[in-house]
Ligand binder design. Structure first.
Ligand code: FES
Length: 277
């Protein structure tokens, strides 16, 4: 069992942080890697990229948004409760390189995934410019954490309730036009990663994205996580989760992510009804 030692609700309870006792995973975890978690014996397994790992304390931190039955079930777990299974670290670690000026772009809970990568890029001597995007001020997470590991930080919100009114690509275009950017890292909703990649392609700047397709085993056996990258089939769980953003077939990924939408909605509604009863 994997005990929750800290639980924090963010964004009006729609985004939850869990720090979990997992000493063996914490010892090996590197930026960019993920775990697969299950709340109980009959629960669904879901992949979550680690936002942090503390080998001294023997804990890992994950941040998830409540979007369906499984994340709603996770939300019912309090401090002191435990997950039945946490498997990891899985996937390839981020390749961190000193390049000069790099831009890290994060959206939604992708900001949690971006945090250890941004910190790693800064630690090895890059000048890090960070852009965080959210639909509104309440949905923005980890601004202070990200500011602490960035040389400059910009925020955009879709509704203008905080920072610049607009999309992360608006802020990114301004930076690309005046800075000698060597690399962009973009992690967030698939449409965000798609449009960041289209923009950076115009400027011919290498771009890394982290994909979170549907996963089952997380070890390269089921094929559930397959994505098309540069015309080849890749398994996000073992070949990724990070890929060259200019090569990813985002439209196919969005279609595959929506494949079980109706069933997911039904399960979630059923779970909410049972919880309220
Ligand atoms: S999750 Fe099964 S192959 Fe990747």
């Amino acid at each position: 069992m994997f005990k929750i030692v800290k639980r924090q609700e963010m964004s009006e309870g729609t985004v939850i942080l869990n720090e979990i006792e997992a000493p063996l995973i914490a010892k090996k975890a590197k930026p960019g890697q993920f775990v697969i978690m299950k709340a109980n014996e009959t629960g669904e397994r879901i992949p979550l990229t680690m936002a942090d790992a503390d080998p001294e304390k023997g804990t890992i931190t994950v941040i998830y948004m409540v979007v369906g039955k499984t994340t709603a079930l996770f939300k019912t777990l309090k401090e002191g409760d435990a997950y039945q299974d946490v498997i990891g670290p899985l996937g390839k670690a981020t390749h961190l390189e000193k390049q000069g000026t790099v831009v890290c772009v994060g959206g939604g809970t992708g900001i949690a995934v971006l945090h250890p990568i941004t910190r790693g890029l800064k630690e090895i001597g890059n000048r890090v410019i960070t852009i965080l995007g959210a639909r509104n001020k309440d949905l923005l997470i980890l601004e202070d954490h990200m500011r602490a590991v960035s040389d400059e930080l910009y925020v955009t919100t879709d509704d203008g309730s905080y920072g610049r009114h607009g999309l992360v690509t608006d802020a990114l275009r301004d930076i690309m036009e005046k800075e000698d950017v060597k690399q962009v890292v973009a992690i967030g909703p698939v449409p965000m990663m798609k449009f960041v990649s289209l923009l950076t392609k115009e400027f011919n700047v290498p771009t890394m994205v982290s994909l979170n397709p549907i996963m089952v085993d997380g070890t390269g056996m089921c094929g559930g996580c397959r994505v098309s990258v540069g015309g080849t089939t890749q398994f996000a769980c073992v070949d990724g989760p990070e890929f060259d953003g200019h090569q990813v077939d985002y439209d196919e990924l969005m279609k595959r992510l929506a494949a079980y939408c109706e069933e997911e909605k039904e399960c979630y509604n059923e779970f909410c009804t049972l919880e309220q009863a």
